[in-house]
Design a protein around this ligand. Structure first.
Ligand SMILES: Cc1cc2nc3c(=O)[nH]c(=O)nc-3n(C[C@H](O)[C@H](O)[C@H](O)COP(=O)(O)OP(=O)(O)OC[C@H]3O[C@@H](n4cnc5c(N)ncnc54)[C@H](O)[C@@H]3O)c2cc1C
Length: 445
């Protein structure tokens, strides 16, 4: 039995890694020169720049993978102050309260809202509604101020999303679980906060993880774009742009590529699924890295970064303060910002000409962080034409339909099916490898 895996992002690489460990034959095809997909790091002029994720949450699945790959020594831990998150309010960055005590004593929310938050514990829980949006859920349990001041900027920053469109069950399933289990989101949050979650990166950036997985794989084929998938006598025939792999046969197909890219490949074999995948929405986003001399920045950068609510009318979604999060991201006497522009609510800004974006980002940083420099010491731009898949009503159909493909020996390991975060991608990829192992065992046994 042989599996053909399409896509060399973290999901496809993890499936391939576990299949190889299980002794199951596979080929993995990646269109690009380097594997990693959305996890993309660049080291230039001593700056460690991230185009995708800047930090990951450690989970048991990631811990196992990192231990097996002997990558522990490459890990970089966050600085003590990196736990602080800021939100712009009336033109000033305000620290997001971390504990209930901080929430009550700070003036981040109005008195009325703080009272509402405390009262949430006594609200009647409602039965889960699969079509309830993030903003509706938060407004129902708390109020509009919580949506606008905290949840909306968070959703824009994490998912490039719009809380009026994203489904609560798909975006924050944990919150729905808290309502069901404890009868209160607040009670659930207090309990989960006590458990804690640590963030980390690697000294040379997060792409270390996919690159090291790739280095272990015997059958990874880069510069091999899959152009067509057909089916004949129960076998999948994968045709690629690589002269070595013009056409090869597989018993199992693993889709580890974005939904919009899978659409054209499934058009002939599974047209119904292809149609559903076409509707999955990927708003554009771009990322700007800016370096300034530390002495030119008046604002104390003591935290992970800051986000902008829509009501503040800013150009960007917000920035990560990389030099305050991990050591060695730039020279000691400099600071590095990674700014995200675009996403579902600010799409038009990501589509402006590059020079205009760079100028607008510099002016915004200058204003918000009281930067005296005329220009940054260094700027870098990266465009994601299709950034993060949106878990809105269209994802429901796509996820439901791809489940039916498993009986046809087609498995999906990709962020639009697993969940957006890298830990979720790794978890699902490990599960897909196990399913393939069980299938192989059932056919030989
Ligand atoms: C700007 C940004 C910020 C993010 N921030 C975070 C964060 O802070 N924390 C976090 O956990 N996650 C974050 N994410 C999300 C996370 O990085 C992704 O969800 C995850 O990396 C997706 O992995 P994947 O393998 O499922 O898909 P991808 O990374 O999209 O990989 C798919 C691969 O398929 C390849 N491919 C496509 N078509 C073909 C074809 N026809 N033939 C061959 N290969 C093909 C692509 O080149 C790509 O390498 C962020 C993402 C972005 C874009």
């Amino acid at each position: 039995m042989k599996a053909g895996i399409i896509g060399g992002g973290i999901s496809g690489l993890t499936v391939a890694y576990y299949l190889q460990k299980m002794g199951i034959s596979y080929d993995i095809f990646e269109q690009g020169e380097f594997p990693g997909g959305n996890i993309k790091s660049t080291i230039t002029k001593n700056y460690v720049l991230e185009m995708g994720p800047n930090a990951l949450h450690m989970t048991p699945e990631l811990e196992t993978l990192i231990r097996e790959l002997k990558l522990e020594d490459e890990i970089t831990e966050p600085k003590a102050e990196a736990g602080n998150r800021f939100i712009l309010q009336h033109g000033h960055y305000q620290k997001l309260p971390e504990t209930i005590l901080q929430l009550i004593s700070s003036n981040f929310f109005s008195w009325k809202t703080r009272y509402k938050i405390m009262q949430e514990r006594f609200l009647e829980p409602q039965p889960a509604d699969p079509l309830e949006t993030v903003s509706h859920f938060i407004e129902r349990r708390f109020n509009r101020e919580v949506v606008e001041k905290a949840v909306e900027p968070l959703v824009m920053g994490l998912f490039g999303g719009d809380p009026e469109q994203l489904l609560i069950q798909k975006t924050f399933p944990q919150l729905v679980k808290f309502e069901a289990e404890y009868g209160s989101v607040l009670k659930g949050l207090m309990k989960s906060k006590a458990e804690g979650r640590r963030i980390f990166s690697f000294k040379n950036g997060l792409q270390t993880l996919p690159l090291v997985i790739a280095s272990k794989l015997i059958e990874l084929h880069t510069n091999a774009q899959v152009e067509m998938v057909t089916r004949s006598h129960g076998k999948f025939i994968i045709s690629t742009s690589s002269p070595e792999y013009t056409s090869s046969e597989y018993d199992i197909l693993v889709l580890a590529l974005p939904a919009h890219r899978a659409t054209s490949l499934l058009e002939f074999t599974f047209p119904g699924v292809a149609a559903a995948l076409r509707n999955v929405n990927y708003p554009p986003a771009c990322v700007v890295h800016s370096v300034y001399r530390r002495t030119d920045v008046k604002f104390p950068l003591k935290g992970f970064g800051a986000l902008h609510p829509k009501t503040e009318h800013q150009f960007s979604v917000g920035s990560v303060w990389n030099s305050s999060v991990f050591e060695g991201r730039c020279y000691e006497d400099e600071v590095l910002f990674t700014t995200m522009i675009g996403g579902a609510k600010l799409k038009a800004n990501a589509q402006k000409p590059r020079a205009e974006i760079l100028k607008a980002v510099h002016e915004e940083l200058q204003r918000n962080y009281q930067i005296s420099a005329e220009r940054p010491v260094f700027q870098h731009f990266y465009m994601w034409n299709h950034a993060i898949p949106q878990f809105d009503i269209f994802i429901e159909d796509a996820q439901e339909l791809v489940k039916t493909l498993e009986s046809e020996n087609v498995f999906v390991a990709s962020n639009w099916n697993s969940g957006i975060s890298v830990p979720e991608c790794v978890k699902q990829a490990a599960e897909v490898a196990k399913k393939i192992q069980a299938l192989a065992a059932s056919q030989t046994g």
